[in-house]
Design a protein around this ligand. Structure first.
Ligand code: ZN
Length: 781
């Protein structure tokens, strides 16, 4: 538009006006369509589906409303139910059974009248006839671990599941209920109106499973050498389902992969266990003086004011002493937890216990670990340290950790999270030796599971429906925490320079994203239905967020937006849209294309450089101009005074060494008028004009990051915005004007976009030695 005006005023005298305007617009039309390389298939056309990758996500997103705003924040009428629990629990260690009696106080904050309540009976997934046991196909496997083979084909399957003794109102009259698989509906004698409370009681018991042989997020491990068990217990009581503005009752059955949707509330839990057990749980221990020996209590108090290193409360020697004596007596540990969405506990006489204080903002938080001697020497060295690092890093990027403590419990093969407490793997060999894989696996899983306090324990997303909302965000934060751990404890990560993170770096997601499309699901899938849940819900969203932070938004804008999301939804229930919308709302960066590509599709990144052509300014037009003239009916004489002609270098080699000004009379004239008396030699005039064509075989659009290398050894980096692809989905051309001779072009030189194929990333093509050539070179030595 701008250029057209200049030309119009300058050439008014030359050509009759009407004809000129017509012809000129025709020239522009032709030139535009030749040079812009618009990919017609990618641009919107009436009567066709709009598949533009930059189209806004109106069709995918639910409409904003008074509960959830278009900005991604909770709306003016946002509500959530509150559920308080008072529970008396007894652990029968001899018979491995758990007994409970609970009172549930349900507060209906919704605007709706409720005629029935849904509760979750997750233990029912371990009933002998649970449909979940038959949910997978597969057939005969060529190789099976011995214990799995025996338990599958030789033994009766474990018969767990809840036994419900009764369900009663507060005053003791029985309540009608029906159990459908892992869900229980309680039919109310009178509906619960908005704003009303309803209290009722349930008595239950179940057989505890061995979580090592019967893979589960809860259960016991049996130690045959000393006959003891270590319990890590969760999903152990009937829990209220979530009722909200998004799902109504979230009563999607528990099939095993999709985790949990839970309400916030206050808990008062009394845990009765063998008197020689050590217990840790969600919440503050209210009767430490009663349940600890005087020596343990002294150390426990000392830990509250020790910030430099963990204080051992129960030592390995003391544990070994206890392991052979099985107390017949019982003790009751009393815990109180406020504003938590769940409750878990660990209990064993095998537990060594250490604890230290960590400063979080102006508050003090206790970081603690429980582990059997089988976890040492690894656990006493790293567990509580990793807990403390997690509290520190996560608090920095989200909000200050609001709970009084965070506990890491060692349990074989486990990696599972609950409010304030989690179970983690990482066990040395019997001689106490361990590999780097075991050590970093253990530190990483502790960071990950403690980190889950933030997502989903506090930023309380619906795990049953969206695995990535907690796993992806948590794995992203885990990566940042691991890197900080590496910086803070350099000697602990030797011989590595940085912490060897398994997930987070863009290059690490390439094998997954370049794999067979038959076995890749979109991130926006229910966890029950996805292939490869690990890469799908953990690694890919974590990598996507890392790329957003480093490459697309920049750290400052990303960190602010991520923190805004965390703080907006702290102690609330966010949905994916709330996250997507907040990230844009707080940064002014349109990311619909990113969410669409990375979260709603299984496309991958593959961007390359296809061709480089060198152009120079010429006194004579090239053949393209002839074509334009013949279309438009304008003569060369008309055009010559106002245009600069660019031709491919080899088509006009006689003008090669001259400056563009020497080759173009109108250019020379214009420069003289514009710059007046300044010496032409003082103006920086580019000599070469390189047209670079980039290709995009991959479906994802990404910013085009290019490194240009010149003959004199210098390099330039240019980052073309992702919008460069909005009308050119397959390829795009750019012109580089320079005085230097271009000798190399490299796309994504730092491998920050997860480009799956680097063979097309360079011009001229980098020769990668074939395996055979490498082999020959090796033999030659
Ligand atoms: Zn996780």
């Amino acid at each position: 538009m701008f250029l057209e005006k200049i030309l119009y005023s300058r050439t008014l005298n030359c050509i009759k006006m009407k004809k000129f305007i017509y012809s000129l617009s025709l020239i522009f039309f032709i030139v535009f369509n030749v040079n812009s390389q618009e990919d017609i298939s990618a641009s919107p056309k009436s009567g066709h589906t709009n598949n533009n990758k930059f189209k806004q996500l109106y069709e995918e997103f639910s409409s904003p409303n008074r509960y959830r705003t278009a900005s991604g924040a909770p709306g003016s009428e946002y509500y959530q139910q509150k559920v308080d629990y008072i529970m008396n629990i007894e652990l029968d260690d001899k018979n491995t059974k758990l007994y409970g009696e609970e009172t549930i106080i349900y507060k209906n904050n919704s605007p709706d009248q409720l005629n029935y309540l849904w509760l979750q009976l997750d233990q029912n997934i371990r009933k002998k006839d649970a449909p979940a046991l038959q949910k997978n196909g597969g057939g005969a496997e060529p190789l099976i671990p011995v214990e799995v083979f025996v338990s599958t084909y030789f033994e009766e399957s474990f018969d767990g599941g809840f036994n419900i003794d009764w369900v009663k109102t507060k005053s003791g009259s029985p309540l009608k209920y029906i159990i459908n698989n892992t869900m229980m509906r309680i039919d109310l004698p009178k509906s619960i109106k908005p704003g009303e409370d309803f209290s009722f009681k349930i008595k239950w018991w179940y057989k505890i499973n061995d979580h090592v042989t019967n893979r589960a997020r809860s259960g016991y491990e049996y130690f045959p050498k000393d006959g003891n068990k270590a319990y890590v217990i969760a999903q152990f009581f009937p829990r209220m389902a979530v009722y909200n503005d998004v799902e109504g009752w979230q009563n999607y059955q528990f099939w095993g992969n999709g985790e949990f949707a839970l309400n916030f509330g206050d808990y008062e839990v009394n845990l009765t266990v063998p008197a020689d057990h050590i217990v840790e749980a969600t919440g503050d221990l209210k009767n430490a003086r009663e349940v600890l020996t005087s020596q343990e209590y002294k150390r426990y108090k000392k830990a509250q004011n020790t910030f430099d290193k963990p204080v051992i409360i129960v030592s390995q020697e003391e544990v070994i002493e206890k392991e052979s004596k099985f107390s017949e007596k019982k003790k009751t540990w009393k815990f109180i937890a406020n504003n938590v969405r769940d409750f878990g506990f660990a209990s064993s006489r095998k537990f060594i216990w250490d604890m230290m204080a960590v400063k979080v903002g102006s508050r003090k938080v206790m970081a603690a670990s429980l582990y059997p001697k089988e976890g040492n020497p690894l656990w006493e060295e790293y567990s509580t340290l990793a807990v403390a690092q997690t509290l520190d890093t996560y608090s920095k990027y989200t909000f200050n950790y609001p709970y009084p403590k965070a506990v890491s419990v060692h349990a074989k093969n486990q990696g599972m999270e609950y409010p304030m407490i989690c179970w983690n793997y990482g066990r040395p060999d019997e001689d106490g030796k361990y590999s780097d894989r075991v050590k970093f696996g253990m530190i990483s899983v502790i960071i990950h599971e403690v980190g889950h306090n933030y997502f989903p324990m506090i930023v309380n997303s619906d795990e049953r429906q969206w695995g990535w909302m907690d796993e992806g965000l948590d794995t992203f934060m885990q990566y940042l925490t691991e890197q900080e751990f590496g910086e803070n404890f350099k000697e602990s990560i030797t011989p590595y320079n940085t912490y060897p993170s398994r997930r987070g770096e863009p290059s690490k997601i390439v094998p997954y994203m370049s794999g067979s499309q038959d076995y890749i699901s979109t991130i926006m899938s229910n966890p029950e239905n996805v292939f490869q849940l690990g890469p799908n819900a953990y690694a890919k969203p974590a990598t996507a967020l890392n790329i957003l932070r480093e490459t697309i938004m920049g750290r400052e804008l990303f960190d602010h937006a991520f923190k805004t999301y965390s703080q907006r939804w702290m102690f609330k229930h966010p949905t994916p849209e709330d996250f997507f919308r907040t990230m844009e709302d707080a940064s002014a960066i349109d990311l619909d294309w990113f969410w669409r590509g990375w979260f709603y599709s299984t496309d991958y990144v593959d961007i390359g450089v296809k061709e480089v052509k060198k152009y120079i300014v010429s006194s004579k037009p090239g053949p393209e101009v002839d074509k334009i003239l013949s279309y438009s009916g304008i003569t060369l004489k008309d055009l010559a005074p106002m245009y600069v002609f660019m031709v491919p270098e080899n088509e006009n080699s006689n003008t090669l060494d001259k400056s563009p000004i020497e080759n173009s009379i109108p250019l020379k004239k214009y420069i003289k008028e514009k710059y007046g008396n300044i010496e032409i030699a003082d103006i920086n005039i580019p000599k070469y004009f390189y047209e670079i064509e980039f290709e995009k075989p991959g479906g994802l659009v990404m910013p085009l990051i290019v490194e240009y290398s010149y003959e004199d050894g210098t390099k330039d980096r240019i980052k073309y915005p992702v919008q460069v692809w909005r009308k050119n989905d397959k390829s795009v051309k750019k012109v580089l004007a320079t005085n230097k001779v271009l000798i190399g072009v490299k796309v994504d030189p730092d491998m920050e976009t997860a480009d799956i194929d680097n063979s097309n990333n360079s011009w001229p093509k980098e020769k990668s030695a074939s395996d055979f050539e490498k082999y020959k070179a090796k033999i030659k030595g």
